[in-house]
Design a protein. Structure first.
Length: 419
């Protein structure tokens, strides 16, 4: 479970901002919060609002960037640049990323600072019995290891590390220490990031799940019916085909043909069986297709207690369907494994304190003075009542995060047209 994420000097984020999943003392919807121990109570989801260009997607992309560096460490060879995108006014300053999370009841803190050339600093701590213990600290090529990990991690450092690779990504593969494995696998597998309006690989993932597991298929059918889509059966066909030379376009470069011929092509076909008809998924509305795409991953997230990071969750989905997805995470009986959802949205229908707590509504705003993204929750804004109409206040600009539109724009546009 994610406790909080911080980053600085990444895209529009100039100074460090923090997105927290810690529940405040707000008494509203207390039943949906997840009590970990006497000190830690986490939120199952947060929603990020903000004007176009304010940086809400960049906050989520920063989380995705951490996951990318962990997953793709092996692709970084000696001398390769790290593909970091610092703020345009801070290109020579390091970028910073920090996370706190819980695995098997133990809290971890992990962070690093980087430039395009190398990892400057990196650390991993864990908190057995609530006390901080060091796994490793790194200052460029200088390392300090906790006593428990000294021998093994020192050997990995001497034989496996490079200045442009995260040490956790390397140690996570080679170390047998469960503290290292837990932190590595959380970032690699438990933190799931989607930043695209359509993701074909997610659709294929859903199809693979229901093609190979009848239980998953039945669960998905029940979920579709939960969303008032009366599907009685799902027929899938997964066909792997070895490509032949004649299947490829004649104008394609020979080098590319040789590369493609080494692999196989997979055809996916899905039909939804309703009470009185059968419809191919490609003939369904974009909303149903979109729902089908994301339900497999959401099923995986809820079943295994993972954390899902999703940019613009409402794209091609009816607001009522988005609300039902939120309820899946907010309802303890439907979310017994403490899965989490972090998403950006423009859907103001969700700005309702009967749906979300004040600490679950976050705002990004572009600070004109610093040309930087600010990030804060409604609970940080003073004088927000428990019975306040949040949607109305947001649209009036009370909390920030809305586009500033010139009132005389339409008049100027009319003048331009006539000219």
């Amino acid at each position: 479970m994610l406790i909080q994420f911080s980053c600085g000097n990444f895209k529009s984020i100039r100074e460090k901002v923090t997105l927290s999943m810690l529940a405040t003392k707000d008494g509203e919807h207390k039943e949906c919060t997840m009590k970990i121990d006497e000190k830690i109570q986490l939120l199952p989801l947060v929603a990020i609002y903000g004007a176009n260009g304010s940086g809400k997607s960049n906050v989520l992309q920063a989380i995705g960037f951490v996951k990318f560096l962990v997953n793709e460490a092996d692709s970084f060879h000696e001398g390769d640049d790290i593909p970091i995108l610092p703020h345009k006014l801070e290109e020579h300053r390091p970028s910073v990323f920090e996370l706190q999370f819980i695995v098997n009841g133990v809290r971890y803190a992990y962070g690093f600072s980087i430039t395009r050339e190398k990892i400057l600093e990196e650390y991993l701590y864990f908190f057995p019995n609530g006390r901080q213990a060091r796994v490793f600290e790194r200052l460029e090529e200088q390392y300090i290891f906790g006593n428990k990990f000294q021998k093994e991690l020192d050997e990995i450092k001497r034989s496996k590390t490079r200045q442009n690779r995260l040490f956790l990504a390397t140690a996570g593969v080679w170390s047998n220490a469960e503290e290292v494995k837990h932190a590595f696998l959380f970032l690699r597998n438990e933190l799931v990031v989607n930043q695209f309006a359509s993701n074909e690989s997610w659709l294929h993932y859903t199809i693979d799940q229901i093609s190979t597991n009848e239980t998953n298929k039945n669960i998905l059918l029940n979920m579709l019916n939960y969303f008032h889509i009366p599907v009685e059966n799902i027929i899938t066909k997964v066909e792997k085909k070895q490509l032949s030379y004649s299947d490829l376009p004649p104008h394609m470069p020979e080098e590319l043909k040789m590369l493609l011929l080494k692999g196989s092509h997979v055809n996916y076909e899905v039909k939804l069986v309703y009470p009185n008809m059968t419809i191919h998924l490609s003939e369904e509305s974009r909303g149903v297709q979109r729902l089908f795409e994301i339900m497999g991953p959401i099923l995986d997230i809820l079943s295994n207690g993972k954390c899902l990071v999703f940019d613009e969750l409402e794209t091609s989905l009816h607001p009522l369907l988005v609300l039902q997805i939120i309820k899946l995470f907010q309802t303890p009986k439907l979310n017994p494994k403490h899965a989490q959802l972090i998403f950006s949205t423009h859907d103001t229908n969700l700005l309702d304190l009967t749906i979300l707590r004040r600490d679950q509504i976050w705002i990004t705003e572009k600070n004109s003075a610093s040309a930087s993204t600010d990030l804060y929750s409604i609970s940080d804004v003073k004088h927000v009542r428990k019975d306040e109409n949040i949607e109305k206040g947001y649209m009036k600009g009370k909390y920030g995060g809305i586009p500033l539109i010139q009132t005389n724009f339409l008049n100027k546009w009319v003048e331009y047209i006539h000219e």
